[in-house]
Design a protein around this ligand. Sequence first.
Ligand SMILES: Cc1cc2nc3c(=O)[nH]c(=O)nc-3n(C[C@H](O)[C@H](O)[C@H](O)COP(=O)(O)OP(=O)(O)OC[C@H]3O[C@@H](n4cnc5c(N)ncnc54)[C@H](O)[C@@H]3O)c2cc1C
Length: 465
Amino acid sequence: MLRIAVVGSGPSGVYTAQALIQQNRVPGVRVQVLDRLPCPYGLVRYGVAPDHEKIKSLQNNLRAVLEDERISFLGHLEAGTPGLGPERLLELYHAVVYCVGAATDRRLGIPGEDLPGSHSATDFVSWYSAHPDTPAGDFADGALTARDAVVIGVGNVAVDVARILARAADELRPTDVPETALGALAHSRVREVHVVGRRGPSQARFTTKELRELGALPSADATVDPAELALDPAYGSPGTAAALPAVHRRNLEVLRGWTENTARPGAEGGRERRIRLRFFLRPVELLARDGRVGAVRFERTAPDGDGGVRGTGRYEDIPAQLVLRAVGYRGEPLPGLPFDARGGTVPHAAGRVLRDGIPSPGEYVAGWIKRGPSGVIGTNRPCAKETVESLLEDAPRLAERRVADDPEAVLRAAGHRPVVWPGWLAIEAAESALGASLGRGSVKIPDWDGLLAAADGSADGGTGG
Ligand SMILES: Cc1cc2nc3c(=O)[nH]c(=O)nc-3n(C[C@H](O)[C@H](O)[C@H](O)COP(=O)(O)OP(=O)(O)OC[C@H]3O[C@@H](n4cnc5c(N)ncnc54)[C@H](O)[C@@H]3O)c2cc1C
């Protein structure tokens, strides 16, 4: 029997586990999926926006995989911590596949970035997603008293956070947003959300579906400055536009339809809030006012004729008492595992972890920590498959390695208290009960103590011990 640990239960971890049990080249494979959290599904639970119910429902597909009898879930086990480093895991399993994601934010590297009121979009996402590492009170105590918010970045995460800021709390009540966050959003004074990119609209990374959704919110208008749109080389030139990828062409069309929206938020003919998409503005500094962020200074950029932009030496300050930086994610090193600091990934060859350039027997990677934070959930499936292909090729040699008969028992004997599947089901049940007590659907538990207590409330003790 080949015992394999998959570290991380996000999409790449679950797709890896699925590919391992669905193959028939190597019989008798058993998979244990470890996660540092007591809850599975990675960013599908803690990243995908709560109002994207359809994508959220992918959790049901991931769940079906984790419920296979050849797979077991061991939550609340963090690889890389003392007693659970890569060396130790290799003593327990024939192979270990690291699928730990890339959930740290990239920084802007400009003055004022750490002023109170300036946050990474990651933190904001984690807050409204009830990630237990983000205190529930974080954005509840003042951040949303801002009137103007600036979101720096024009990818889908920027669009997600802008949309959540622009929604009325009632629109989010049917979702699983934690109660504290819902209360804070209900009292939010944010009226204007500026979503700002340093390049032009035809280079923005958001997808058309997400963009359209911004223009269809019940309580916010979406607008774009016609002059900034016109700056885009593809805007006025049908020939240039025709050469664009279809998604960028469609984005331009959507934005064209927004130029007429000129009503101010709350004014006659206008909705309560406004989302303004701004382009060709590069952030250079966050400006303080009364010890907090008060504005963001941008340098106006212009197309450089080569597909990029250049600075123009002209500046514009946009008022902002709340700034969310959404300029990308990056991986973090896992102690004991090689790491390429430039790319924020683990060096690999077709999924085989490279130590000093040489494949390390029994160690693999998949997902964002393998290829960097890009692509949609489905992109992780072929990525996981490639890794599993490599692992299966190596299987004869892996099977020769002497490993523990019952890794879970060894971990328990060493003092670890994993949350097993019934514990996770107990968390789900507690979240349903919490929601019912609030007159809502399922509502997420936002803190470690609450999650672990809920897991413990399961019939077999949740931690299974
Ligand atoms: C804010 C946001 C919104 C998104 N929205 C969408 C969307 O709407 N549609 C879409 O298709 N894609 C979306 N994506 C992209 C999608 O979430 C990713 O493609 C996908 O989650 C990456 O999968 P992963 O398994 O590599 O990483 P993750 O999903 O991050 O999973 C990594 C898992 O590893 C665990 N882990 C980390 N370190 C350790 C450790 N040391 N030990 C044990 N476990 C560990 C984590 O707890 C986590 O469960 C979004 C991404 C973000 C950031």
